[in-house]
Design a protein around this ligand. Structure first.
Ligand SMILES: [Zn+2]
Length: 214
């Protein structure tokens, strides 16, 4: 079974990935946790609620079939940040499911800061047995569901640039912000709008996180 969970950043993907790994491990199943460009900057899956787990960093040259078959009995893979894998690696995930009986749970963004799909995410949409949109925790500043990631450079929403730029580090002036489709298209970032209209539930609600940690 190849399953792809997608959603904007901070929607609880990594938390769900870690929770899923815990649940499978408790049933005596053996798995590997893979990631790429995690927010911690190291080969680790970290979530905003502070859970963390050592993980294998997926370099572009890593052959995932070889990685799994070189180990003794792997039942499942948790693939965090799968949107940043190569398309070839997504094919390898499908091979692992079909030829080696491994269950693969992939997590990632669907689209980049321009709202264009990542090649790996597109391949996952094409190949996955099941695709699941995670839409719970994260809202645009206006209260609508946050669907798209905006790249903000020097306070302005960027429309062009490299597909992958790591932001939100101390040294960078690049950050990412989740917006609804309307405000992603208009480029309105809602700065200084904390006092603005608040029709929906508060942004950053911890509902999902609480459900997962029960
Ligand atoms: Zn909005």
């Amino acid at each position: 079974m190849l399953k792809f969970y997608f959603g904007p950043m901070d929607c609880g993907k990594s938390t769900l990935a870690l929770q899923m790994n815990y649940n499978h491990g408790r049933q005596g199943r053996r798995g590997l946790v893979l990631t790429k460009h995690d927010r911690s900057g190291g080969p680790k899956v970290t979530s905003r609620i502070g859970l963390g787990l050592e993980a294998i960093e997926v370099e572009d040259s890593l052959d995932l079939v070889r990685l799994v078959t070189s180990r003794h009995r792997i039942d499942y893979l948790i693939c965090d940040e799968a949107c940043f894998y190569t398309v070839e690696q997504i094919e390898q995930l499908a091979d692992l499911v079909d030829e080696h009986g491994v269950d693969v749970y992939a997590f990632g963004l669907a689209s980049d800061f321009r709202s264009v799909m990542f090649p790996a995410a597109q391949r996952l949409f094409e190949l996955a047995d099941e695709v699941c949109r995670l839409q719970v925790e994260v809202l645009c500043w206006c209260g609508r569901p946050g669907q798209l990631n905006a790249r903000v450079v020097g306070g302005v929403m960027a429309r062009t640039g490299e597909q992958v730029v790591i932001g939100d580090t101390d040294a960078s002036h690049v950050r990412y912000q989740v917006l609804c489709r309307r405000h992603h298209r208009s480029g309105l970032l809602g700065e200084g709008t904390e006092e603005g209209p608040q029709d929906g539930p508060e942004a950053g609600s911890d509902e999902t996180v609480q459900q997962l940690s029960e």
